[in-house]
Design a protein around this ligand. Sequence first.
Ligand code: C2E
Ligand code: CA
Ligand code: CA
Length: 406
Amino acid sequence: MDTLKAEKFFKAGEIIMAQGDAGTCAYFIQEGRVGIVVEKDDGKVLDMGTRGPGSIIGEMAIVDNQPRSATIRSLENCRLLEITKDDFARSVRGANPIVRLIAQVILMRYRDILRRSQMLSHEAAGAQSPELQEKEYAEQINVVQAIKMANEFKVAIATGQLRLHYQPIISIASGRVLGFEALMRWQHPERGLIPPDLFIPMAEDSGLIIEASRWAVREVCQLIKRLDKLRPDLDSVYFSVNMSATDFDDQGFLESFNGILDETRTSASRLNLEITERLLLKQPKNVKETLDRCRDLGISVVIDDFGIGYSSLSYLHQYPIDALKIDKSFIHMMRRDAKVLGLVKSILSLRDNLAIRIIAEGVEEAEEAALLASLNCDVAQGYYFSRPVAEEHLYSLLAQRNPLQV
Ligand code: C2E
Ligand code: CA
Ligand code: CA
C-alpha cells in the first residue's frame, strides 16, 4: 500500500536524490525548498540554486534512463509528490509519438549542454528564472490535482474502490432484458460515489484506464458466473463493457482479455465491447486487427454514441461491427425535430442494409419507446426502463422482467 502512496516527506537536510544514482522517479514539490548541487569531473561542486513549491525535480531520469545528474537535498521539511517512471511511461505510451520524441531529444540535448558546460551558470541576466517559469507552467496545467487524482485512482484500483453499475438493454416489445451495459463508478473514501465523466478522462490521460478496463472485464466475467449459477436459463443475456482508445494502444490488450475469459471460463459470446467512432477514425493500424481478433474470439463490437462523431459511414464495412448505439441526444430530439427523426430513420436503415443491430440509447419517456417501436427499433436502453443499478438490484430486475419459465 505504502508504495502506492504518492506523497513523500523529507526532513530538512535529507538527501532526496544523489548524483550518479539510478533515477526511478521525479518529484513535484508541494511544500518546502530544496537545494541542487552538481559535482563536476574535477571535483568542484557547483551550486545550481534552489527550488520551491510548484517545481519538478529529478525529471530527466524518468525520461531517458540516465543516472541522476545532480544531488538534491531538502533545505526545509519537504512534502513531495512522486511521479514514477511507470507513471510517466504509461502517460506517454499512448501519447503522440512526436511529443515523446521531442521530449527525449530536448532532454538529451539538455544533458549534453550540462555535460559540456563548465560554467553551468543558471542565472541568465534579465531572463525569468527557471524556477518561476516551471512554477507558472505547473499552475497552468493544474499538475498537482492531476497527479494526485491519478495516484488516488491507482490506489482505488488496487484497493477495490471501483464499482460497476449495470443498466439493462431492453426489448421494447417483450419488456425483457437482453443484456446490460457495465458503467464504472469510483467509490471514493472521502468524496463518495464519483461518476465516470469525472475520472475516465484522467484515467485515459494517465494510461491507468488499461488496468481499470481489465478490472471491469474480470468483474463482469465473475458476475456472469454468479448469474449463471442463479439463473442458468439466462445464458443469452450479454454484458457490454466500455473501452477507450487508450485500451487499444496496449499491446497486451487481447492477451489479457483472452486470459480473463479463460481464467473465469466465460464464453466470449456473453461480452460486447463498446467503442466510439473516434477510435476508428484514429485508425491506428492495430485497431482493425484487434477488432478482427475480437470477432474471431466471438466478442461483439458495438459503436457507442453513434451519430454525434464524424459519422463516416465508410468504416462500417471496413471494421467488424455488430451493433450501433444511437446517441441519446438524437432520441431526445427526434420527437421535436423532423430532421433528427430523419437521421434516426436512416441509422435504422443500416440494420437491414448492413445487417447491424441497432440500440437506441437514453430513452427517458414512454412516447420515445413507442415511437422507436413504430419505427421497428426494438432494442433500447434508458432511464425509462431502468437507471444503472448495482449488482444486488440486477437480480431482482431480472426476476421482474425475465421471470423463470415454469
Ligand atoms: P456511455 O457509454 O454513453 O454510457 C451511457 C451514459 O448515459 C451513462 O452515464 C448512463 O448512466 C447514461 N444514461 C443511461 N440512460 C440514460 C437516459 O435515459 N438519459 C440520460 N440523460 N442518460 C442516460 P454514466 O454512467 O455517467 O457514464 C458516462 C460515460 O462514461 C459513458 O457514456 C462512458 O463513455 C464512460 N464510461 C462509463 N463507464 C466506463 C468504463 O468502464 N470504461 C470507459 N472507458 N468509459 C466508461
Ligand atoms: Ca457505452
Ligand atoms: Ca453512449
